[in-house]
Every structure is written in structure tokens, then in C-alpha cells.
Design a protein around this ligand. Structure first.
Ligand code: NAP
Length: 267
């Protein structure tokens, strides 16, 4: 089996990366940054997001696993002290894989130029550098509302514990194929009215956003920021691609949520 290990770049993560690389090559696994079957990210959830985008072109062939060198993460859920156990498990391939849904975003320019398509593991946010974001929101081809406010966040179930949660969105189990739309400070008065609640769209319910005035936007795709001028529309849905995580022991999602956000006062 071919593998690669990415690191957050701090000393602790780099040392752990080097140690794991040595162990795994001793077990006759092949280091291959070009075509890895397994990508091990050492750092935090942010490190795994970077690893995901580095290997986004081979999602069908590559599985991911995260070791955290800071606090427990949603993607980085192995602790440094468990690394020897993890190495033995990896060396015993084949491993089990769990798949999580991704978000697909298509940005179409006004002037008929080529559209851009992106995948996100956590979310896409739509903001603007000046003034408010004003856009019509359609769901499944029907006008739903005209949004005016700081922006919108479209998140995956596994990203629901990230930015989406800070915006008051629900935490969604990643076995549910859905996209969640959350508002950032919408303007609500007699003229502008939005639903005000997060929306959870099932697979195949496309959400189409059509800018009303200023067509310059700042998009974030996980940790990446891009700016666009003259945007005609933004289409979002559950992607047909999925991300694959290597699973070597059960660590249920709700347990991760509990351990990340709720201090266990009994321990
Ligand atoms: P960052 O601003 O350096 O860190 C964002 C924080 O979000 C880190 O603590 C990161 O964990 C955590 N995180 C990432 N994915 C998560 C997930 N699925 N569930 C729970 N926590 C998660 O940015 P970054 O490291 O480049 O990561 C980009 C992400 O930051 C975006 O995808 C967005 O979700 C998140 N973000 C959150 C807010 C907010 O909550 N107000 C605002 C902007 C961006 P680690 O420390 O383990 O890396």
C-alpha cells in the first residue's frame, strides 16, 4: 500500500510525521506523495482540510485519516499516544472505509465565460468586501427568498460542527446526505424578509443563488478564499463525489461531538 503523511508544520507534528513515516516504511509500506492510497494528516482539522484539497483529484482512490497534535478534532481523531496502535492497524490492510458527503459549488460568470466547479469538505461561504450580499435564493427551481445580509454559509454534514455551528446551524450526522444553508446577519424588516432559520436540503435539491446588485463576492471553500467579480449565479448541491475516511476503530460521530463541545464533568 502507498501512503503519504502531511503535517501542520509545527515541531510536534513534524516529529510525529517523521516517526510514522519510519514505522510504516519498516512495515514495507511505500511512501508515495503522488498516488497515495492513504493520506495521514498530522495536526488538526485544518491540516486535514488542506490534505483533502491536495488530493481532491483522486477521491475515489485515496482514503484519509487524521492524527491530532492539538485538541481533538472531527477529522483528526487519533491521539499521538495511539500512533503505534494505528501503525499496526494500517500495516494489516485492507482497512474499512466510511464515506461522507461533500458539497458541490458551481460559480457561473455573467459574461458567459467558463463556469468554475468546486468541492468542499466543510463548507462554502459567500460574502462581499463592501456592503451587503443581496441575492435571490431558489430551491429546486422555485424562488424562495431574497436574501440581504452579511452572507450565506452552505455546509456539509461533517462541516456542520465548524463555521455552520458558529452561525447557529444544526449539527447533522454525516450519514445524512444533505446541504445546510445558514444565514450571516440577514436584514429583516418590512422590505427585506428571509426565513431566518437554517435550511437543510436533501440530495438533489439544488439551491441556486442569483446576485441582485453587486456581483463581486468573496467565496471561502473550506480554508481557501477566492474573489470573483461579475457573478451570474452560484449553484450548490450535495456532490456526487464523496470523501473516504479510513476507519480502524469505532469512534461514533456523536461521541466526537460530545467530547469536542461538552466537557464531561464526571471525568
Ligand atoms: P482557522 O480559522 O485557523 O480554524 C478554524 C477552527 O475550526 C479550527 O479550530 C479547526 O480545528 C476547526 N474546524 C475545522 N473543521 C472543523 C470541523 N469539521 N468541525 C469542527 N471544527 C472544525 O481555519 P482553518 O484551520 O483554515 O479551517 C478552515 C475552517 O475554519 C473552515 O472550513 C470553517 O469551517 C472554519 N471557520 C470557522 C469560523 C467560526 O467558527 N466562526 C470562522 C471561519 C472559519 P483545528 O484546530 O483542529 O484545525
Amino acid at each position: 500500500m502507498k501512503f503519504v503523511i502531511t503535517s501542520k508544520g509545527d515541531r510536534v507534528s513534524d516529529d510525529l510525521q517523521a516517526k510514522m513515516k519510519n514505522y510504516l516504511t519498516e512495515f514495507k509500506l511505500e511512501w508515495d506523495p503522488e498516488e497515495p492510497d492513504l493520506v495521514i494528516s498530522v495536526g488538526g482539522d485544518g491540516t486535514l482540510l488542506e490534505a483533502f484539497h491536495s488530493y481532491i483529484h483522486r477521491l475515489e482512490e485515496t482514503a484519509f485519516i487524521g492524527v491530532h497534535t492539538g485538541h481533538l478534532g472531527f477529522y483528526a481523531d487519533w491521539m499521538p499516544k495511539e500512533v503505534e496502535k494505528l501503525i499496526i492497524e494500517i500495516a494489516r490492510t485492507p482497512f474499512q472505509v466510511v464515506e461522507y458527503p461533500l458539497l458541490e459549488i458551481v460559480i457561473r460568470p455573467e459574461d458567459g465565460e467558463k463556469e468554475d466547479r468546486f468541492l468542499a469538505l466543510n463548507e462554502c461561504t459567500i460574502k462581499t468586501a463592501e456592503g451587503s450580499v443581496v441575492l435571490d435564493l431558489e430551491i429546486k427551481g422555485e424562488h424562495f427568498e431574497t436574501f440581504r445580509g452579511d452572507g450565506l454559509c452552505l455546509s456539509t454534514p461533517s462541516g456542520s460542527t465548524a463555521y455552520n455551528k458558529a452561525l447557529g446551524g444544526a449539527i447533522i450526522h454525516p450519514s445524512i446526505e444533505a446541504v445546510q444553508v445558514t444565514e450571516m446577519a440577514s436584514i429583516n424588516n418590512r422590505v427585506f424578509r428571509t426565513i431566518g432559520s437554517p435550511l437543510i436540503l436533501p440530495k438533489h435539491h439544488t439551491c441556486l443563488l442569483k446576485p441582485k446588485n453587486d456581483r463581486s463576492f468573496l467565496f471561502t471553500l473550506d480554508h481557501i478564499t477566492r474573489s470573483y467579480t461579475k457573478v451570474k449565479s452560484i449553484e450548490c448541491r450535495v456532490a456526487k463525489e464523496r470523501v473516504r475516511f479510513a476507519r480502524f476503530r469505532p469512534f461514533p460521530f456523536w461521541k466526537r461531538v460530545h467530547e469536542s463541545f461538552i466537557a464531561d464533568e464526571r471525568s
